[in-house]
Design a protein around this ligand. Structure first.
Ligand SMILES: NC(=O)c1ccc[n+]([C@@H]2O[C@H](COP(=O)([O-])OP(=O)(O)OC[C@H]3O[C@@H](n4cnc5c(N)ncnc54)[C@H](OP(=O)(O)O)[C@@H]3O)[C@@H](O)[C@H]2O)c1
Length: 250
């Protein structure tokens, strides 16, 4: 049975990807800080699934995830995902926040990736997808931690794709546009508070810049991620944008 590790898998995009991979017959190792509800839901679908609770930024979480994959004896697919950083103006972001979110958004995913590589090599290949954001291509005001730290992850993983292609390891990033999840509610409320308007006004303004005139669903982006994690044979080192054709300002 093929084995997939998915971090940030208890809700939103991560959970939708977990469900798709379960449908594909993969055994899942899911991680998030509180994965219990997702674990039960996936089990009720008939999935073979174990959970490693913990913060992706912590070395111990990573060690436990890899130990679980070793126990299952193989690793075929790795989805690197986590929650988004706080939304605040650049000049209000503290040194401590830069350090903490560097640990979560760059160091943690790269550490887990690095420790997964020997399992992929043993398996004669593997598929990796990391979450990114449309804000990497077009930096968006109020979300500097995402704009800057994701850019570091994108280029680190594109480098890895160049170096590890010889081992048949395909590494890609998927950049969501506006996908409706818990994160969207947080996003709309933060911008509404900053601008002194209603969150619904932010939602309406968002929809206007999406040519498809609606938010995407977690399932729609999960379809693309699941393809890259299970069926892709020749796409590597790419950032695939799934944004309904988003119109960006710059
Ligand atoms: N939704 C969008 O429109 C959109 C657009 C661009 C980029 N993104 C990015 O895509 C990613 C997923 O978005 P989403 O909308 O699916 O978010 P979400 O609904 O908030 O889900 C985030 C997931 O990550 C887990 N998580 C949070 N902090 C974690 C940590 N420290 N360690 C491990 N797991 C952690 C959460 O579970 P626990 O609470 O149990 O830990 C949850 O399962 C985020 O990074 C987001 O910023 C989203």
């Amino acid at each position: 049975m093929n084995v997939a590790v998915l971090t940030g898998a208890s809700s939103g995009i991560g959970f939708a990807v977990a469900k798709r991979l379960a449908e594909e017959g993969y055994a899942l190792i899911i991680n998030s800080r509180q994965p219990e509800k997702a674990l039960e839901e996936l089990k009720s679908m008939g999935a073979q699934v174990t959970a490693v609770p913990g913060n992706l930024a912590d070395e111990e979480t990573c060690r436990q995830i890899i130990a679980e994959a070793e126990r299952l004896g193989r690793l075929d697919a790795l989805f690197l995902n986590h929650g988004g950083p706080p939304i605040k103006p650049m000049i209000e972001v503290t040194d401590e926040e830069w350090e903490n979110y560097f640990r979560l958004m760059v160091l943690g995913p790269l550490r887990l990736f690095r420790q997964a590589v020997p399992l992929f090599q043993k398996n004669k290949g593997g598929r990796v997808v990391a979450i990114s954001s449309f804000t990497v291509k077009n930096p968006y005001p109020g979300i500097v931690l995402s704009n800057a730290l994701r850019a570091a992850l994108v280029n680190a993983l594109k480098t890895a794709a160049l170096e590890l292609g010889k081992d048949n390891i395909m590494i890609n990033l998927v950049a969501p546009g506006y996908i409706f999840t818990d994160r969207t509610r947080e996003w709309n409320e933060s911008y509404a508070e900053q601008e002194g308007i209603d969150p619904e006004d932010i939602a309406q303004r968002t929809i206007q810049v999406v040519p498809l005139k609606r938010y995407g669903t977690p399932e729609e982006i999960a379809e693309v991620i699941a393809f890259l994690l299970t069926k892709n044979h020749y796409i590597s080192g790419q950032q695939i944008i799934v944004d309904g054709g988003l119109i960006v300002a710059n």
